[in-house]
Design a protein around this ligand. Structure first.
Ligand SMILES: O=C(O)CCC(=O)C(=O)O
Ligand SMILES: [Fe+2]
Length: 331
């Protein structure tokens, strides 16, 4: 099928942002260049594969409602279109006196699938939005498990082995409402992602332009910049940010390299989206010089964690680093 026939969206369905974007390369799943890109920790959109074929062919809302099972599923509820991830373990409470004072931007709820689907179908403008994010595990029904077994594990296994990734940690199923956004963040895992929405990616060297929250903060790994209303006074370098984007069609799978930033968006007026990801642990790393940008991000994280650990007070980290660097390591 020609690309133009496949196109089921127009640019008015994309949220508008104030930065420049290039296209992520699209390559047929048998194209050997895919491995060259993965080897260099670069993203690639893999087309025409059978990686998640059973999901693409069968997973409609009705099918998932019938087969996801009767257990409660994890659903995030948000007042707006954004679902910014946070880590509960870093929030201040009586069991965690060292945590950060924080009011979560979304609520996590357990919902039966029919309850979730009802909210999704009956949603009207102005109401809270929902986003199901459930690990594919034994709580999902047998039909879904069977579909899962019929993913093309040979293909993903080959990529995993060839590129020396660690083990598969999880597959997450996302069922989102049109217009939902997962704001910009990076993960410490390799990701094969079958989204149908829009993905905007930034390379690890964009760290300074994207201003991640400090590592002890519940929003660790998330950008502090609100893409809808960037505060250029607080985050001036965000003006220099350069990204890549792609709109994933059915049958496409996106490789998001470890430490690459990603912003994921369901198209506006595009209907609900059903997505599945494959998270793989990082493989053993060999330090070859010059170091790669993503390895430097990992080093920064470790230094930051160590300082937090020994100083015991996040407020002391900045002054110590400034004293160490300013006038000494400026050039
Ligand atoms: O699909 C989404 O909304 C977010 C997915 C994501 O961040 C991931 O798979 O790492
Ligand atoms: Fe992610």
């Amino acid at each position: 099928m020609a690309n133009s026939e496949k196109k089921q969206w127009d640019s008015s369905q994309l949220r508008k942002y104030d930065f420049s974007l290039e296209q992520i390369p699209r390559l047929h799943y048998k194209d050997p260049k895919i491995d060259e890109l993965i080897k260099q920790n670069l993203p690639v959109l893999i087309t025409d594969s059978n990686i998640v074929k059973p999901a693409i062919e069968k997973w409609t809302l009705e099918y998932l409602e019938r087969n996801l099972g009767s257990a409660g599923h994890t659903v995030y509820v948000s007042r707006n279109h954004k679902f910014k991830f946070y880590d509960d373990k870093k929030i201040l409470n009586k069991n965690n006196p060292k945590g950060v004072e924080f009011s979560p931007p979304t609520k996590r709820a357990e919902m039966k699938v029919f309850e979730f689907m009802k909210r999704l179908r009956e949603w009207k403008r102005g109401e809270k939005r929902v986003y199901l994010q459930q690990i594919l595990n034994s709580t999902v029904g047998p039909a879904i498990v069977e579909d899962y077994m019929n993913f093309d594990w040979r293909y993903v296994g080959e990529k995993k082995n060839k590129h020396n990734w660690g083990e598969l940690t999880s597959n997450l199923l996302f069922i989102g409402m049109e217009g939902n956004v997962t704001p910009c963040h990076y993960d410490e895992q390799q990701n094969f992602f079958r989204p149908n929405p829009r993905c905007i990616l930034f390379a690890p060297d964009q760290f300074e332009n994207l201003y991640p929250h400090p590592v002890h903060h519940p929003h660790d790994r998330q950008s502090m910049v609100d893409f809808d209303r960037p505060d250029y006074t607080k985050f001036p370098k965000f003006k220099n940010v350069k990204g890549y984007e792609t709109i994933v069609e059915p049958g496409d799978v996106l490789y998001i390299p470890i430490y690459w930033w990603h912003h994921v968006e369901s198209l506006m007026r595009g209907g609900p989206t059903i997505t599945v990801n494959f998270w793989y642990k990082a493989g053993p790393t060999s330090l070859e010089y010059p170091l790669r940008d993503h390895q430097k991000v990992s080093i920064m994280r470790n230094v930051e964690k160590m300082l937090l650990e020994v100083l015991q007070d996040p407020k002391e980290v900045g002054p110590l680093l400034r004293a160490m660097v300013l006038g000494r390591y400026n050039e």
